[in-house]
Every structure is written in structure tokens, then in C-alpha cells.
Design a protein around this ligand. Structure first.
Ligand code: ATP
Ligand code: MG
Length: 882
């Protein structure tokens, strides 16, 4: 074997090998999915080629190979809980793959895999095993004899080397429906000789042994599964293979764990340097070191792909991975301050050559991680306190089991992991009702499953067409034919989806919403309520029905909406340009939403924009509007040409994609959206808000054209209204300032006279003071106009006596207010606490509150409960001191 081969060299060998077999080497697609509603993250090399398998897209080349960044932490493939505990599953990993799109099939795929592993890399063949599909009589699929015979030709001695597997391991399906077929895996046994003598390798294949593992899966796509569950033969047969790069590296470098390869060693050393905990000393540290080294990659690559940690969907998945890393550090390595972000430079160094996005986004990634870990460490602290409280409560109740509901609440609301909850309870001699927890979890999952359940029928093919041509850059109407359609049920609502041979309808993407309009034939008029993209297919969505799919249709886009959207989309480009001119070149688009009514633009920048900066941005954008620049579009240009034109480098385009460059004056952008013909037609751009949405990311919202006019007129109108209310003829600002000053003075005067009036009442109440074990207890309902007055009174009483508990109630604006004051000496000597008293009595007024031991207050909805609250206070004091 090639023990000294470095990971980067190994990756290159793979490419060279398949290049020599006439494969086109293509880049990895982004790891975070953009246009696939069924998948949040790329979880296999084939994802980016789905359209080709589904027949929605023609391949650029019939033989392709690459290395794909994959993430397996959600959905069908979820390895998260394994990671760290074992040595060969990762969250993020690279999958090497070679593909045949209707070209070669089983024979070549198997022979080349063998040639690469055995002949090229020198892996001894006695360490290799292969598996084939055993067949499924009920599906009328035979044992895969073709694959078996190919393997037989590879092994020098095939006896006991080719194993049969069931549907679970050896039949691959893209989803519930769609392309599928048998697969054939290659497994490697890397155990020591002494172990191998004891138990033969074939007994351990697919049995979860950490040193007898699958490295390569060769999938032979030859069927299509229909919605009724039946299989039909595909006209073109494809090969889809996936090999775990980190595992291959382990084998080739003669290691027993992926983490011992050079891929992970630099990162692990850096973690050890920071924490002082070395790898290989004890299992507890090792697990944490593996978790952190692994998760760092997943997090950094996702952020580089533009996915910020957040509270839902893909963002939440990333947040959970990050928190898992922080927690393992905290629990196992004792890291109580943020440290993950300090690992980013090492990762960027190690992988930046292959994945340059890591280098260019290094600072951004670092800042985002720092902010996330800082805030999670705080949550962790809060969660720990909460658990302590729960434990104390359990003790009081004499129970030693934390209910599943409580554990789930900690997990769900505070992101507090259940294994940590369990651990802490165990340390306190208690248990967690883990079944209860799992039930809660399952309930939540099925709730969200029900919410997201989509029942899709099979596509009915009307005519064979592969790609829908978009004619909407120039037309808003077109004569079209239906290629296919299907019915969908989502949340109980039925809809119709139609794919056309060509379409003027823009499908939602790049932040721009989908077009709406009509499909009209001689007989029917179908309203299109949205146009969306699913992979490469442009889907027209309607709540209507379709009676004659064969008819000729006229597709008509709602022009007014399209025009308004175009105004906003072009304005987005102008604002982007203006932002870069004013703030600097670090400004990059991080997201956008373009609708007919308004636009939203997210960009990287670290501080709030000053008023002047914002004004400047708006000025530049509007100047560009007035310059009335015509649109200049270059279509089908290569990335390099686009860069030469001055477009910014973008990562994460899919292989084979040429780009479209849209220019207005000095603004140059890669963009597939629809735009105005001339910037002049935007009329005016008005920014309506600016704010931060995440670490280092800000958001601008703006309106254009008629909407901007509306917005500005509204503002002027309300200013005019104010002026007329103030009867101000000159400067409104001065008039308002004067009014505010007058108001403040009046308020002060009222408070003063109220306090004076109140002191009369106080004296009356004071006369009714009772002595409870020597404590002067005063209570009563008084009538005052504000809570401040109530406080003023309390302070008055406080300063004139040092042995008093005062409980006052008042109805202010139809709400109940209660205030409790306890003299300091009573707080100290008698252990009385105003906040505790408030807590005891606030229920009477249907409210709540709190404060400090010497002064606390509560507000509530029920003024009629004031009297009973006062009474309760007195009873409470009596109980406390008698
Ligand atoms: P396993 O049974 O080991 O989890 P799998 O059946 O899930 O593997 P496939 O879906 O066939 O694997 O993926 C193809 C290849 O990708 C595997 O042969 C393996 O080498 C690699 N691979 C799969 N999951 C992971 C992971 N979580 N981390 C690293 N490599 C992986
Ligand atoms: Mg797996």
C-alpha cells in the first residue's frame, strides 16, 4: 500500500484514474441545498445529478467523476449520534464518485473499482469483500448474477469473498418513488493479523465492526419505482458510485481510524494545544476530540455555503451540530470559554486548496462560530441552573425521577441535550424518564411530519420533453404545450402541478418570487398561483383542474406583478453596488427576497450603518436610476469570462452551469432573474429599514416605483397631520419638543400633588396600623393615578419608620397594582421578603410581579381582588412571624 500518501494526493489519484477512463472531473456541488424541497443537505454524490436520472436535464458528459462534500445529520441518512463514538462515521465527509449516465454499466464499474483499489492503490485483495443483491421474489427482481460474475472475475480466489445482501444493504432507492436499483458494496478488513486468524472477515461484513467497514458502494440504476410501489425498467441504465474519502485514506495510510489520518491530525493537535488534552490518553477525551474535529468541518463548510446557524430548518441542524461540539468540549475537556472558532484557520489551511471557499470566508466563519458558541455557553449555564432547581424540587417531593416532559422542555427550549440531563441527574443519585422523553420527542416529530406531509401522485407524461426552456426574459406570453402534470395534496389542500415544453413563467429562485398568471386553451383557463423550481423542472402550481392536457395552451404572465418585481430586482442590484461603494468590498450578498411589493437584501457587514451611510447608499442607487442605464445581458458565459467582466466570484454553482451576467451601468452581477429594460423605469428607490439579522449580517428593506411613492406620501401626510394638530405653521420638530417639555412638567406637578394628597390618605391608613409581634403592619387600598406615585408613597413611609411592612393596592387604568415595602431591619432580622410576599398574593389580582426583598410590586388584571390580596398579605406575615 501507499502508506505515505497524503490525503490531497490520494484525492488527486482518484481524479487522475477516472480521467484516464474518459471521465470529466467536475467540482463538488454546494453542501447546503438550494432548489430541492425534499433535501436540506447534500447527502450523497448523486444529489446534484438527480435531474439527469429523472430525465429533466441532459448530462454535459456521459462519464463524470468528482469528490462531493456530504452531510449526514438529518432525514434518511443521520449518523450524528455515531460520530465521535465510532471512528468511521462523520457528519460531513467527502464522497468520491464516478457516474455513467446511460453509458457503461456493471462490468466497467466493478472492474474499474477493483483496478483502482487493488492495482493502483495496492490494497491487498485478501482484505477486500464485495456484496451483491440477493434478489427479491415478491418484487420480481432476480439475484444480481451479472454483478456476481463480474466480481468473480476480479478476485484471484473468489471463495467466501462475494456475499449476498438483502434490500436493506443492497438495493438503493432515491426516495419513495423514482430511479432505483441493486447495488454492490466493497468492504475492507483492516484488523491486525492476529485478529483475522481468529474470526474470518466475511463474518463481520455489515455487522458494525469498526475495522471491517464499507468503503465503496456501486449503485446500478435500472428501475423506476412508481407511486403504486411497482418497479418498471428504465430505458437508460446508469451507474452511481460513492466512496468515503476519509475511510479510503485510513485504509491507504495503514491506520485503524479515520481520525488517525492526516485529514484530522492537524485539527486534533490544535484542539489539544488549546485544551491541554492529548489524543489517545483516555476514551472520554478521545470521543470529545473526535466530535470536535468532525463537527468543526461540518459547521465551517455549511457557513461557507451561506447557511447561518438559526432556529429552523437547515440553520437549526447546523446550530445543533455546533452545540454538540461545544458541549463535548465543556463536559469532557473542561472548556468553559469559546474555543471552536480558534480552529478555523487550521481547517482553512488543511482544506483550502481543494475548497477555496474556506479561505475566502475564513473571517466570516470565525466570527459566526464565536458568536454562536458564546451564546450557547450562556444557555448551558442557564440550563444547568434550571436542572439544579428541578433537582431541588424533586427532592422536596421525595421523588428521584425527572419526568420526560421536563427533560424534553430542557432540550427543546434551552437546547439542553438529554444525555447531559441524564448525566447530571445520575450524579445526584436520580434518574431521567427517558421513555417519557422519547415519547415527547416522537410526538413532536410526528406533529412536524404531519405538517409537512405531501402526497404526490405520479407524473402523467403527456409529451416527452427533457428541459423546459424559459422564454420569459423577452416574452410574458407564449404558446405552449403540456409535457406532464400531477396532482398533489399538501396539508389537506389539493393542487395541480404542470410542466410545459417551454414557459414565460419565471420560477422562484435567486430570491425572486415565482410568476403568477394563466394557462388558457380554447376550453379552459387555469390560474397559475405560483411557479416553483424543483431541481431543474419548472412547475406551474394551480388550485384549478385540468380537463384537456393535450390542448394547445396560451401562457400569460401577470405583467403588472412581473414589472413591479423587476423594478425591485434591478433595485437590489443597484443597492448592492451602492453598498459596496459606500462600505467597501467586504460587502457580499448573503440572501435576498424580491417580491412585487418590496425587496429585502442581506449582506455581510459588521456594524450598524450610520444615518449618513444609509443616505449615501440611497443617493447612489437613485443616481443610477436617473442615469437611465439600459440592461446588458450576457448569457451562457463561463465563470472566468464573468469574472473578467467584473462580476464577483461566487462559490457553489453546480457543475456544467454557465452563468448569466446582468449589467446596469457599473453594476455587474451573476443573475438569472428578470429585470427592467432601463433603470429609469424604477422611478425611485426608498430604503425603509436597516438592521442586523445575525453575526456579521445586515438586512436592508426597500420599496420602489409606485410603492415608494405611496410610502413617501404617507410619511408626508402624517407629518402634515401632526403639523395641523399642533397648529404649527413653521418647524414641526420645535413644536413637538415644546409639547414634550410641557408634558413632562405637567406630569411632575401631578405626581407632586398626588403624593401630597396621598400623604393625607397615608396618615389615615397609618392610624389603622396593626402590630404583629411588634412589627408595624400597614395596608390599604388607595386611589392614585400612577405607579410612580405609589412608589413615592412607599419611600416616604420607608424613610419615616424602620419597623414597617407596608402593603398598598391601587386601581390604575382599570388594572390592579400592588406594592410591598419591608423595612431593612425586618428583612435582615425577621427574614421577611417583599418579593416573596408579592408572589404569595399576586394570584388574587390575576397577575404577577417581583422585586427585591425591601420593595416589590405586581400588576394584574383583576382590581376587584385587591382587598383579598391585602388580607392575604396580613395572614402571611402573621404566619411568618408568629
Ligand atoms: P455505513 O453502512 O457504513 O453507514 P452507508 O451504507 O450509509 O455506510 P452509502 O450510503 O452507501 O453508505 O455511502 C457510500 C459511501 O460513503 C460508503 O461506502 C462509505 O464509505 C461512505 N460513508 C457513508 N456514510 C458515511 C459517514 N457518515 N461518514 C463517512 N463516510 C461515510
Ligand atoms: Mg450509513
Amino acid at each position: 500500500m501507499l502508506f505515505t500518501l497524503k490525503a490531497n494526493e490520494l484525492r488527486k489519484l482518484f481524479f487522475d484514474f477516472f480521467r484516464s477512463k474518459e471521465h470529466l472531473i467536475v467540482p463538488s456541488a454546494p453542501m447546503v441545498m438550494k432548489n430541492d424541497p425534499t433535501l436540506m443537505f447534500t447527502n450523497a454524490g448523486m444529489n446534484q445529478f438527480k435531474d439527469i436520472f429523472l430525465g429533466n436535464q441532459l448530462p454535459l458528459n456521459r462519464r463524470v467523476a468528482n469528490s462531493q462534500k456530504c452531510l449526514r445529520v438529518s432525514g434518511k441518512h443521520n449518523d450524528l449520534e455515531e460520530v465521535g463514538h465510532d471512528t468511521y462515521h462523520h457528519t460531513m465527509f467527502e464522497m468520491l464518485g464516478n457516474w455513467s449516465f446511460g453509458d457503461y454499466f456493471k462490468k466497467e464499474a466493478i472492474e474499474w473499482a477493483w483496478e483502482f483499489l487493488v492495482k493502483r492503490l495496492g490494497i491487498p485483495e485478501d482484505r477486500l469483500y464485495s456484496t451483491i443483491f440477493e434478489g427479491s421474489p415478491e418484487e420480481e427482481v432476480q439475484r444480481d448474477n451479472e454483478a456476481f460474475n463480474c466480481w468473480k472475475g476480479c478476485f484471484t480466489n473468489p471463495e467466501g469473498k462475494i456475499l449476498e445482501g438483502s434490500k436493506k444493504d443492497n438495493f438503493w432507492e432515491m426516495g419513495e418513488t423514482g430511479p432505483c436499483g441493486p447495488c454492490s458494496e466493497i468492504h475492507v478488513d483492516v484488523r491486525d493479523e492476529s485478529e483475522r486468524i481468529k474470526v474470518p472477515g466475511y463474518e463481520l461484513v455489515n455487522k458494525g465492526h469498526p475495522q471491517v467497514i464499507e468503503i465503496w458502494n456501486l449503485v446500478f440504476i435500472q428501475y423506476n419505482r412508481l407511486a403504486n410501489g411497482k418497479l418498471e425498467q428504465l430505458p437508460a441504465r446508469h451507474v452511481d458510485t460513492g466512496m468515503g474519502f476519509e475511510r479510503l485514506c485510513m485504509v491507504v495510510q495503514g491506520k485503524k481510524s479515520n481520525y488517525d489520518t492526516d485529514i484530522f491530525q492537524a485539527i486534533i493537535s490544535q484542539i489539544s494545544a488549546i485544551t491541554g488534552k492529548k489524543y489517545g490518553v483516555n476514551e472520554k477525551w478521545d470521543i470529545a476530540l473526535r466530535v470536535i474535529a468532525d463537527h468543526l468541518r461540518a459547521i465551517a463548510f455549511s457557513i461557507a455555503d451561506g447557511q447561518m446557524p438559526s432556529n429552523n430548518k437547515a440553520g437549526y441542524v447546523i446550530r445543533r451540530i455546533l452545540r454538540r461540539a461545544v458541549r463535548f468540549g465543556y463536559n469532557n475537556l473542561g472548556t468553559e470559554v469559546p474555543f471552536l472558532h480558534r480552529l478555523v484557520p487550521v481547517l482553512a489551511d488543511a482544506m483550502g486548496d481543494t475548497y477555496p471557499e474556506l479561505r475566502t470566508s475564513k473571517d466570516h466563519i470565525t466570527k459566526v462560530i464565536l458568536e454562536e458558541e458564546t451564546s450557547f455557553l450562556k444557555t448551558l449555564g442557564k440550563g444547568l441552573k434550571l436542572i439544579e432547581k428541578k433537582i431541588a424540587e424533586l427532592r422536596k417531593e421525595g421523588s428521584n425521577v425527572l419526568p420526560g416532559k421536563a427533560a424534553f422542555e430542557l432540550y427543546d427550549t434551552f437546547g439542553f441535550p438529554v444525555d447531559l440531563t441524564q448525566l447530571i441527574l445520575k450524579e445526584n443519585g436520580m434518574m431521567t424518564d427517558i421513555t417519557g422523553f422519547e415519547n415527547e420527542m416522537e410526538n413532536q416529530k410526528s406533529r412536524s411530519r404531519e405538517d409537512a406531509a405531501v402526497e404526490a401522485g405520479d407524473w402523467t407524461i403527456v409529451r416527452e420533453t427533457s428541459e423546459t426552456k424559459f422564454t420569459g426574459y423577452t416574452n410574458t406570453e407564449d404558446d405552449v404545450l403540456i409535457s406532464k402534470y400531477r396532482k398533489i395534496k399538501f396539508k389537506g389542500k389539493k393542487s395541480l402541478q404542470v410542466i410545459l415544453n417551454k414557459t414565460p413563467f419565471y420560477a422562484e429562485s435567486g430570491g425572486q418570487v415565482g410568476d403568477t398568471g394563466f394557462l388558457i386553451s380554447g376550453k379552459e383557463k387555469i390560474e397559475v398561483i405560483d411557479t416553483v423550481r424543483e431541481n431543474n423542472a419548472v412547475i406551474h402550481v394551480s388550485y384549478g383542474s385540468l380537463t384537456d392536457p393535450l390542448a394547445r395552451f396560451h401562457a400569460v404572465v401577470d405583467i403588472e406583478k412581473r414589472q413591479m418585481t423587476a423594478n425591485n430586482h434591478t433595485a437590489t442590484h443597484l443597492i448592492h453596488f451602492a453598498l459596496r461603494s459606500v462600505l467597501g468590498k467586504h460587502v457580499e450578498q448573503k440572501g435576498s427576497l424580491v417580491t412585487p411589493d418590496r425587496l429585502r437584501f442581506d449582506f455581510s457587514h459588521f456594524t450598524k450603518l450610520t444615518k449618513e451611510e444609509l443616505k449615501k447608499v440611497e443617493e447612489i442607487a437613485n443616481r443610477m436610476v436617473r442615469e437611465s442605464s439600459d440592461i446588458k445581458v450576457s448569457e451562457g458565459v463561463s465563470m472566468k469570462e464573468a469574472l473578467d467582466m467584473g462580476a464577483m466570484a461566487l462559490f457553489g454553482e453546480k457543475y456544467g452551469e454557465t452563468v448569466r451576467v446582468v449589467r446596469f451601468g457599473e453594476s455587474v452581477e451573476l443573475c438569472g432573474g428578470t429585470h427592467v429594460g432601463n433603470t429609469g423605469s424604477i422611478g425611485i428607490i426608498k430604503i425603509i429599514s436597516e438592521g442586523g439579522i445575525a453575526a456579521g449580517i445586515r438586512r436592508i428593506e426597500a420599496v420602489t416605483a409606485a410603492k415608494a411613492e405611496e410610502y413617501i406620501n404617507e410619511k408626508i401626510e402624517s407629518a402634515n397631520e401632526v403639523a395641523s394638530l399642533l397648529k404649527s405653521t413653521g418647524n414641526i420638530k420645535e413644536s413637538v419638543e415644546k409639547l414634550i417639555a410641557e408634558n413632562a412638567l405637567l406630569k411632575k406637578n401631578i405626581e407632586k400633588s398626588e403624593t401630597q394628597a396621598a400623604s393625607v390618605i397615608i396618615r389615615e391608613i397609618e392610624e389603622k396600623a396593626v402590630l404583629i409581634k411588634g412589627i408595624r403592619f400597614i395596608s390599604g387600598k388607595i386611589s392614585v393615578g400612577s405607579a410612580e406615585t405609589l412608589r413615592n408613597i412607599a419611600f416616604q413611609v420607608r424613610s419615616s419608620s424602620d419597623n414597617t411592612v407596608l402593603v398598598l393596592g391601587a386601581e390604575i387604568n382599570e388594572k390592579a397594582n400592588i406594592l410591598v415595602m419591608v423595612s431593612d431591619i425586618l428583612v435582615k432580622d425577621k427574614n421577611l421578603d417583599a418579593a416573596a410576599i408579592i408572589k404569595e398574593i399576586a394570584g388574587e389580582i390575576n397577575g404577577g410581579g417581583g422585586g427585591q426583598p425591601f420593595l416589590a410590586s405586581a400588576g394584574g388584571k383583576n382590581p376587584s381582588g385587591i382587598q383579598s390580596a391585602l388580607k392575604k398579605a396580613e395572614e402571611y406575615i402573621r404566619r411568618k412571624v408568629e
